[in-house]
Ligand binder design. Structure first.
Ligand SMILES: *[C@@H]1O[C@H](CO)[C@@H](O)[C@H](O)[C@H]1NC(C)=O
Ligand SMILES: *[C@@H]1O[C@H](CO)[C@@H](O)[C@H](O)[C@H]1NC(C)=O
Ligand SMILES: *[C@@H]1O[C@H](CO)[C@@H](O)[C@H](O)[C@H]1NC(C)=O
Ligand SMILES: *[C@@H]1O[C@H](CO)[C@@H](O)[C@H](O)[C@H]1NC(C)=O
Ligand SMILES: *[C@@H]1O[C@H](CO)[C@@H](O)[C@H](O)[C@H]1NC(C)=O
Ligand SMILES: [Zn+2]
Length: 945
């Protein structure tokens, strides 16, 4: 749920090019732009959300509370074996409470590991029916006698049901604890919740669930920790005519009448031994499609209309081949008897890997070739690949605790690209990892306020701390760290069967890989897997490697974006890494060396008069700097024949240069010079890399006078590209055929005036890839009438990708009162679905006019937002990131600090780290603008003449 939603730099660029000209020039970075947006919301794709209580994230570790029920971690005296759960969600309002509710019974069989007179089990927001005067009934099994209950209560803060007994449970014996309960089927997107949509003019209600990370306890009392695996026997009671789904295959469906209500009871096969966070319960009126005879246990579910119109077909098409691919990759067959994937109208994350019943946002599973863009299609492909990858890693083998979430997610993010690449081999999906993962994580991990990938188990306790683990670093860093090893010929099919249906910690994986190294003929590593990997995961950040071609010397240093920032987090390795160096010299690939720690190494083969390019194909997680002569040689090569340098490295040179300049390792002019060759560049990846970096300049300057010259320079550089695409699209009449051409295409559309643009909006001729840009520009050029019209289109849209495009475009207006009204709408669930409120505010903040309005808005409403929306639907870190991205003045820094102080009592939940990062970033921005504005303007002005 992290990763900012914002109007991308492409939009900023569009604004840049539009401003001055009489004719409205619209630059549509077509699919590129589309992709950017979806990418920004895409990861973490899996579920997790914020907690509701306003307790600050601080120091659960500092004071050790006395009683077990005051700890956030369960005692180790009891271990669940199996559950028997019956749930009955009501899809109509309950007359006596005025709420949507569900009722349920649950019985958990557990084994006692250590004698105890205390039962502590998770339970949140459930009203338990008293049984014999207590909250639960305890029975002894296999001849064990259960002690009687002395007293029982709900410990609200730590989310427990606590039962004190009159005697002891005996180690080795098993018991059953039964509960009857009622809960609210709220629209809060977590636990067992409800989603609503309109079909054929009528309201429909779906009961669905999101358990990760800590919400299973909101559906039934359970030992809600990932290592507390058990077998679940699930029965759902539901209205006749609806369909019930869960993790396992349904094995029995019977009609009956309960208390005068006609219902259907669907019983599911017992699950495999699994974690509570992977459970799923869904009751709906949905329809489905099924794969071929061979794949008849693969189903895609969605609203009836969406299925009828074929929107599930693409996901179904790619699921079969990808499952086959993963079976081979993991060298283990698909662990379950069926695979369901379902698209939900209300869903907080992008998708959630519930075992056997994966849940998605509609935009992440459904694809309509007529309406959705190529970016939408790619999104479906990669999210499906990611979630299917989890069916083995994450679900079959599970990390012991949330501190190791990075391994689960990092691995899935890595394997995701392999699966997606297998299903769509012509798309070059893997090349895009550099943009989507590496650059993004570099940006966060270069701050002194970053954190090591792996945290100690004791550092992560409360639900807030758990949800903070779902951030960019967790998802992306390990991908490249692992790549370092994998490229050595390691195959992850070596993941151990030892841990199937069980839990593990990262060091088990290193052990396992180390064994593989030792037993693989011809394989050798100069260090152990532990030595190499621990340096990457136990210390934050990454190095900049400096190649001095004059001296033939290679050194490394911790890279910090702000050279003046203070790193107060100690590192067991002194911030040095074992860096795999692979380089090219004068166009020839050279061997790999392991760079040793502080001292660096000397290597004659990096010296000489030919250009040296290190981190070939960006296979390592580090930045590279060179001596000035070598920089000059590289720049020279770029302008004479850039194709000699690999595509990914062209993107990387630009990104490294801009970031090294930000960190004052090289000067800004050198960074700007890496963009000169772009007038010859036709490929998407280097352009995108440059635009992302120049976007920083746009953000820093778009409220000041430097903006004009920047606009001029970009226009000059982009014009040859424009002409190139004009040619290959035959004057914009033809859509490029290949996926990459579509992704690469940068299209300018010329319109005479805004009215014409607006007419275009509503005739169905706009190619899906261009829609978002056309909508945005039409709304930007228009006023209230256009806005209201587009709002109606948004409300009436039946395809989620279409609604998403309109929703983001509504933030493009330049009219302040419309933006303010839209901000108000974002907090009204009747107007904007709760799942979409953060991203809507982020879109508004991405607009240069909207940014200050959004900042005022969240400051004024923080308390309200935190208490009302603090639950599943709000990503505070995204919100803080997007609203503060342009901050670059002392005044804004002061406001930010004031905001932190004013709301210290309310808290920032999962945005705590983001707020620290915003302060650090603003401080760096202030310095950067002061030091650079002048000569950047000069350089740009000089280029343009
Ligand atoms: C589960 O509970 C139902 C109803 O309470 C009962 O009929 C059934 O025997 C139980 N099944 C198991 C496996 O405990
Ligand atoms: C749970 O009990 C409280 C207090 O009696 C009541 O206000 C609330 O509506 C109940 N919730 C449900 C879902 O029944
Ligand atoms: C249950 O009732 C529904 C609707 O009345 C009917 O369509 C279905 O066939 C019945 N199922 C069984 C197993 O009797
Ligand atoms: C799914 O596959 C079928 C059969 O290969 C093909 O005809 C269809 O166009 C595909 N659908 C999508 C949306 O890719
Ligand atoms: C799970 O792993 C632990 C630790 O390796 C082991 O003690 C336990 O027996 C395993 N449990 C099962 C069910 O395999
Ligand atoms: Zn995941």
């Amino acid at each position: 749920m992290a990763k900012g939603f914002y109007i991308s730099k492409n939009m900023g660029l569009a604004g840049l090019l539009m401003g001055t000209v009489a004719v409205v020039i619209i630059i549509a970075l077509a699919a590129v732009y589309d992709k950017e947006k979806t990418k920004n919301q895409n990861k973490p794709v899996d579920g997790v959300a914020m907690l509701t209580t306003a307790s600050p994230t601080t120091s659960s570790t500092l004071s050790t509370p006395k009683d077990p029920w005051e700890h956030y971690r369960l005692p180790d005296s009891l271990s669940p074996v199996s559950y028997n759960i019956t749930l009955w969600p009501r899809l109509v309002v309950n007359a006596s409470t005025g709420l949507y509710i569900f009722t349920g019974q649950s019985a958990v069989v557990f084994q006692c590991k250590k004698d105890t007179d205390l039962i502590v089990i998770h339970c949140n927001k459930l009203n338990l029916t008293l049984l014999n005067g207590h909250h639960a009934r305890l029975t002894g099994l296999d001849g064990a006698t259960a002690p009687t209950v002395k007293t029982s209560w709900l410990q609200v803060k730590t989310e427990y049901l606590v039962i004190q007994l009159n005697g002891k449970l005996t180690a080795g014996k098993s018991y059953r604890l039964s509960t009857d309960f009622q809960g609210e089927l709220a629209d809060d997107l977590k636990g067992f919740y409800r989603s609503e949509y309109t079909e054929d003019g009528g309201k429909k209600v779906v009961a669905t669930s999101q358990m990760q990370a800590t919400f299973a306890r909101k559906a039934f009392p359970c030992f809600d920790e990932p290592a507390m695996k058990a077998v679940f026997h699930i029965t759902l009671i539901h209205q006749r005519g609806t369909v019930a789904l869960s993790n396992g295959r349904d094995v029995e469906t019977v009609n009956s009448t309960i208390d005068g209500t006609e219902v259907t009871m669907t019983r599911f096969e017992p699950t495999k031994r699994m974690s509570t966070y992977l459970l799923a319960f869904i009751v709906s009126d949905f329809d489905h499609i099924t794969g071929s005879i061979e794949n008849n246990n693969v189903r895609i579910w969605a609203r009836r209309k969406a299925i009828a119109e074929g929107h599930g077909n693409y996901a179904l098409n790619v699921t079969g081949p990808m499952l086959k691919f993963f079976e081979r990759y993991y060298n283990a067959s698909y662990p379950l008897s069926k695979s369901d994937q379902i698209a939900l109208p209300d869903f907080n994350a992008g998708a959630m890997e519930n075992w056997g019943l994966i849940t998605y946002r509609e935009t992440a599973l459904l694809y309509d070739p007529a309406i959705s863009s190529v970016g939408n299609k790619e999104r479906v492909l990669t999210v499906v690949a990611h979630e299917l990858a989890h069916m083995w890693f994450g679900n079959l083998v599970t990390l012991r605790w949330w501190n190791d979430l990075w391994l689960n997610e990092g691995f899935a993010s890595y394997v995701e690209y392999l699966g997606a690449d297998y299903a769509e081999p012509t798309w070059n999906i893997k090349e895009q990892t550099i943009l989507n993962d590496v650059h993004k994580v570099f940006a966060v991990d270069a701050l002194a306020s970053s954190h090591p990938l792996s945290r100690k188990e004791e550092e992560v306790n409360q639900p807030d701390e758990i949800s903070e683990m779902f951030n960019t670093i967790s998802y992306s860093k390990v991908l490249y760290v692992l790549e370092n090893l994998l490229q050595q010929g390691f195959l992850c099919s070596r993941t151990s069967p030892t841990f199937a249906f069980n839990n593990t910690v990262y060091s088990d994986l290193w052990d396992h890989l180390q064994k593989a190294v030792l037993t693989t003929p011809g394989m050798s590593l100069p260090h152990t897997v532990h030595d190499i990997m621990n340096r990457w995961i136990l210390q934050m950040g990454f190095p900049v490697v400096t190649i001095d071609t004059a001296m033939g010397h290679i050194t490394q240093k911790h890279f910090l974006l702000d050279p003046d920032s203070v790193v107060d987090r100690p590192s067991p390795y002194n911030y040095t890494w074992l860096v795999p160096i692979k380089w090219m010299k004068g166009g020839v690939e050279r061997e790999q060396h392991w760079l040793l720690q502080e001292t660096g190494i000397s290597n004659a083969s990096v010296s000489g008069s030919e250009w040296v390019l290190a981190n070939l194909n960006v296979s390592g997680y580090y930045r590279v700097n060179y001596d000035m002569d070598n920089w000059e040689r590289l720049l020279n090569q770029l302008t004479t024949d850039h194709t000699v340098i690999p595509l990914i490295n062209r993107a990387q040179i630009v990104d490294d240069a801009f970031n090294l300049a930000r960190a004052k390792v090289i000067n800004t002019t050198l960074a700007l010079r890496t963009t000169r060759y772009l007038s010859q560049e036709r490929d998407y990846i280097p352009w995108e890399s440059a635009l992302r970096n120049l976007n920083y300049y746009i953000l820093m300057f778009d409220r000041g006078q430097a903006y004009g010259v920047l606009q001029g320079y970009l226009k000059m550089q982009i014009t040859p590209l424009f002409e190139y695409f004009r040619t290959i699209t035959v004057d914009w009449t033809r859509v490029p055929t290949g996926h990459n051409d579509q992704v690469n295409v940068i299209v300018f559309l010329l319109f005479n005036d805004a009215d014409f643009v607006f007419m275009q909006l509503f005739i169905d001729r706009i190619h899906p890839n261009l829609k978002k840009t056309v909508y945005c520009n039409a709304i930007a050029a228009g006023g209230v009438e256009e806005w209201d019209f587009a709002w109606q289109m948004f409300k009436n849209a039946t395809v989620a990708t279409e609604a998403a495009k309109l929703r983001s475009s509504l933030a493009c207006t330049k009219v302040p009162w419309l933006l303010n009204r839209y901000l108000d709408y974002s907090l009204d669930p009747a107007k904007i679905r709760k799942q979409d409120c953060t991203s809507t505010i982020n879109y508004i903040a991405g607009n240069v006019v909207g940014m200050p309005l959004a900042w005022d808005f969240i400051r004024a409403r923080w308390n309200y937002i935190y208490t009302e929306y603090g639950g599943g639907s709000f990503s505070f870190s995204n919100l803080i990131n997007s609203v503060t991205r342009r901050f670059s003045t002392e005044f804004e820094l002061k406001q930010l600090k004031q905001f932190k102080e004013d709301n210290a009592r309310v808290g920032f939940g999962s945005g705590t780290l983001a707020l620290e990062q915003a302060i650090e970033r603003t401080t760096a921005n202030i310095k950067w603008v002061a030091e650079n504005q002048e000569h950047v303007m000069k350089w740009l002005a000089n280029e343009c003449t």
